[in-house]
Design a protein around this ligand. Structure first.
Ligand code: HEC
Ligand code: HEC
Length: 434
């Protein structure tokens, strides 16, 4: 066999097998296949019924088990509650002094910290010396310890090496543009130095020094800053004798008294009277004419298109008996549509119209004044409606001519339609929404 066939023989065999299968399937009797399928389906249905029955039995068993489990859980919960109540009422015997031998908590987790553990964390030292450990160290010991543990970064004389912090010098530079802030020039409390060194230095090997070594190092840093003589011994007893040059250089935060007069109860709700829009820019004619005109023609174009079929429909419908709707002058109504542009900023008409600044005006002609549900009319307009007064075309015309003249306290901030023709037209237009 050539190399070529060696490679392709297996895949050729596979292809032959697929072709053979396809042949077999296609030549099987179709009817027989159908019958097989039906058998198989009914078998499967039977099997499904059996499986379902078994599952129901299983679920019932599970439900019983669950009820039992719930009972058990409730009992356990009750007993836990009892235990907790008992603990709460018992005197608090648990404290650090029980040496961690105390009983585990209600959930069996954790133990009280040992006094040694608390002490290991509780190492802060306050400016008044609170928290200082008993101990002492002199400048010369400090010089040695410092040389061994600190000088590689902070320099032999605490003057700093490279970019490592300087711990000495800088006195009198605090008011310079680039002040040098060191323990000597800037730090107000010696306790900070002690605490810092003890807590976090030497860098990378924090808390490896004895308390006496820390006292000695701090004494040396003071000496490097010319704050103590070379025979000085720093201890928990001499600690407060040291005067830090910048101790008075800080201002205690007195904002809670000094600035108290700025503090008033801030307003968090209803802080402003409601803002009400009384006029639209478009109505006030402060928007450019042309854009508006363009929009308006587009608007009227689409509205006219949607209106036409509706009007045809109503024309073909028989008018309701007895109260025949007066015919509408469509030419006049379409002039009215143009006038209505002045109303549009506050009023909507047509399908889906919503109350805006003004109420929906569908069906307003001939309606009782203030009839739109959900619109908050001025008291005076609402009162007219309560009297049963109706928007006849005549009343509408009077109102639209000068709304404030008609009803001095109306909420409708609109100057009015001077021209009688405009009023007639817009009323005719409104009638098309009756
Ligand atoms: C490996 C370098 C290194 C060594 C060693 C080292 N320090 Fe520092 N030290 C630093 C660095 C870095 C900082 C600044 C850390 C920071 O700003 O978070 C610093 C900050 C300090 C400061 C505060 C300086 C300031 O004005 O903010 C003091 C004090 C200090 N170290 C003391 C010591 C003492 C004492 C030792 C020896 C026991 C020591 N350091 C050993 C690197 C070192
Ligand atoms: C600046 C907004 C604004 C404009 C512009 C405006 N209206 Fe009004 N309109 C209102 C408000 C608000 C009311 C409710 C008055 C009241 O409660 O006192 C109202 C009420 C009405 C009513 C009474 C409705 C009812 O349900 O009783 C009619 C009719 C009316 N307007 C028609 C018009 C027409 C027509 C125009 C345009 C020519 C127009 N309005 C322009 C705000 C406006």
């Amino acid at each position: 066999m050539s190399k070529f066939l060696n490679i392709f023989a297996p895949s050729l065999g596979g292809a032959a097998l697929v072709a053979g299968l396809a042949y077999g399937v296609s030549t099987r009797d179709y009817r027989a296949a159908e019958a097989d399928l039906a058998m198989a389906q009914s078998d499967r249905a039977l099997a499904q019924v059996e499986a379902a029955t078994a599952r129901i039995a299983e679920l019932e068993a599970a439900a019983t088990a669950a009820t039992d489990a719930q009972g058990a859980a409730e009992a356990e919960l009750a007993s836990l509650r009892d235990q907790m109540a008992a603990r709460d009422s018992a005197p608090r015997a648990m404290s650090v002094s029980t040496q961690g031998a105390s009983a585990p908590g209600p959930f069996g987790l954790g133990r009280d910290a040992l006094p040694e553990e608390v002490a290991a964390w509780n190492i802060d030292v306050l400016p008044d010396g609170t928290g200082l450990p008993v101990g002492s160290g002199d400048v010369w010991t400090g010089d040695e310890v410092f040389a061994e543990h600190c000088a590689s970064c902070h320099g032999d004389f605490a003057e700093g090496r490279g970019n490592w912090p300087k711990l000495a010098g800088g006195q009198g530079t605090l008011d310079h543009k680039d002040p040098l802030k060191t323990v000597g020039s800037y730090w107000p409390y010696l306790s900070t130095t002690f605490d810092y060194v003890r807590r976090s230095m030497p860098f990378g090997n924090a808390q490896s020094l004895s308390d006496d070594d820390v006292y000695a190092i701090v004494a040396y840093i003071l000496y490097s800053n010319d704050l103590v003589d070379d025979d000085f011994v720093l201890s928990n007893e001499t600690f407060l004798d040291v005067e830090m040059p910048n101790a008075e250089g800080f201002i205690i935060d007195d904002r809670d008294t000094a600035e108290a007069h700025f503090w008033t109860e801030p307003c968090m709700e209803n802080c402003k009277d409601a803002v009400e829009i009384t006029m639209r820019a478009a109505v006030l004619d402060v928007t450019p004419e042309e854009e508006g005109a363009e929009e308006a023609t587009m608007d009227s174009g689409t509205e006219a298109a949607t209106e036409a079929p509706a009007e045809e429909a109503s024309a073909s419908e028989p008018a309701p008996a007895g109260d025949a709707a007066p015919a509408i002058d469509m030419a006049l109504a379409s002039e009215g549509e143009d006038v209505f542009k002045k109303c549009k900023s506050c009023h909507q008409v047509g399908d889906g119209a919503k109350n805006r600044t003004g109420p929906v005006l569908n069906g307003v002609v001939g309606a009782v004044i203030g009839h739109v549900d959900g619109f908050k009319y001025s008291n005076d307009m609402a009162a007219l409606g309560e009297e049963g007064k109706v928007w006849t075309e005549e009343e509408l015309s009077k109102f639209l001519e000068k709304p404030k003249g008609y009803l001095s306290k109306t909420k409708m901030s609109f100057a009015g339609l001077r021209k009688e023709d405009d009023r007639k037209a817009v009323i005719e237009y409104l009638k098309t929404f009756n």
